[in-house]
Design a protein around this ligand. Structure first.
Ligand code: GRF
Length: 204
């Protein structure tokens, strides 16, 4: 059977992207990364992707008059790559309903908190301030509302008394890399189905 074609969208260093590339390269995930796209020409992850021999594209949001025009160009690049599934990996642009519905249940995101807690930015600082004992990360299908959508995978990490945002970030990031690859593996194996707000994973 043909491998699932995946595009990854980034805005920055792309450590999650690198984890997905590695998992596809070593066979943990039966998928082919056909494109790494960035909305920022200076995204560090672009170089990582190029070194790995993966096609890259920059669709700079600053080059477009408005969000729909930017998204039209992004959509065109994704379609041209042949991508069937799109993974957002530190992609820092909000996507409109129009874009999201075109990729419904084929658009995946990783967020550094246990959703639905701590949507948005600075999740680690906010988790420490809130005094929660457990924090973590979530891989989910994207819906128009920010950091919302059916949850595919989560990982939990304890919040330690002497944690700083940096130490907590590092501990969560390690789990992000693990569960994003695992979740994409399930999708690539055709084991994932969305039912209402829930994601059901069929046995291997
Ligand atoms: C990750 O923590 C991701 O969950 C969040 O932004 C960060 C991106 O890191 N959305 P990287 O670019 O994957 O290294």
């Amino acid at each position: 059977m043909a491998k699932l074609k995946v595009a990854i969208l980034i805005s920055g260093r792309g450590s999650n992207m690198a984890a997905l590339l590695e998992a596809c390269a070593d066979g943990r995930v039966d998928a082919e990364v056909v494109l790494v796209g960035a909305n920022r020409p200076k995204a560090g992850g672009l170089e990582t992707a190029q070194t790995a021999g993966v096609p890259t594209a920059v669709v700079n949001h600053r080059d477009y008059a408005d969000r729909p025009a930017f998204e039209e160009a992004l959509h065109a690049a994704l379609v041209a790559s042949g991508a069937e599934v799109v993974c957002l990996a530190g992609f820092m642009r909000l996507l409109t309903d129009g874009f999201v519905s075109r990729w419904l249940d084929r658009l995946v995101n990783i967020h550094p908190s246990l959703l639905p807690s701590f949507k948005g930015l600075s999740t680690h600082e906010r988790a420490i301030e809130a005094g929660v004992r457990f924090h973590g990360c979530t891989v989910h299908f994207v819906r128009p509302a920010m950091d919302a959508g059916p949850i595919i995978a989560q990982a939990v990490v304890p919040v330690l008394q002497d944690d700083t945002p940096d130490t907590l970030t590092a501990r969560v990031l390690e789990q992000e890399h693990r569960i994003y690859a695992e979740a994409l593996g399930w999708i690539a194996a055709g084991r994932v189905r969305v039912e209402g707000e829930r994601v059901l994973i069929s046995p291997a």
